[in-house]
Design a protein around this ligand. Structure first.
Ligand SMILES: [Zn+2]
Length: 186
């Protein structure tokens, strides 16, 4: 699958005969892109969120809208519908540097295999919050080493994290260093 990153300006003039889908990202309260009329564009998914991550903004900030799990699900469902029909996914955000590259890098791993995200890290600055959120939604991630648990490795499913209510996973070989803080009894 070809997954290409675009800025808002580039996507508005992008013309191709190749059948493709578009994932178009903008900030809340900004105006939507005008995509050129063309039959080859099969469908478009529009998403709104700010270009922020936990390292620069508090996730509970009322001024910023973070990318969330529902949006990650929306992207994954959208891709599932069309992945056998198209060979090109065009992803755009305003500057074409961070949010679109974060989505593209995660989708590259999911659709083209581990390691195929290197291109996006070399040429862009992927938003790591977006990147991780999509991968966490699609894969099981080991909470000890933070790596993807692939189909060949043995893993353990643990108690739900009491804070988030989500199941947690770890590689069988990855031994936790100590009891999780959140699981300690008072
Ligand atoms: Zn691990």
């Amino acid at each position: 699958m070809k997954i290409e990153v675009f800025s808002e300006e580039m996507i508005q003039t992008f013309k191709t005969d190749e059948e493709h889908i578009v994932i178009s990202v903008r900030s809340p309260q900004s105006t939507s892109v005008l995509l050129p009329l063309q039959k080859s564009r099969i469908d478009t998914l529009f998403l709104e969120f700010h270009d922020v991550d936990e390292s620069c903004v508090n996730i509970n900030s009322e001024y910023f809208q973070f990318f969330n799990s529902n949006q990650a699900e929306e992207i994954l469902n959208f891709i599932n519908i069309y992945k056998d029909r198209v060979n090109l996914i065009a992803v755009n955000c305003e500057a074409g540097i961070s949010r679109s590259a974060g989505i593209s890098a995660a989708l590259a791993i999911i659709l083209n295999g581990i390691g195929s995200d290197a291109y996006y890290f070399k040429n862009y600055i992927p938003n790591m919050y977006v990147y991780r959120k999509i991968l966490e939604t699609h894969f099981k991630i080991c909470y000890v080493c933070n790596e993807i648990i692939d189909n060949n490795s043995q893993y353990l499913t643990l108690l739900k994290d009491p804070k988030t209510g989500k199941r947690m996973y770890r590689h069988k070989k990855c031994k936790p260093k100590g009891p999780l803080k959140s699981l300690k009894r008072k």
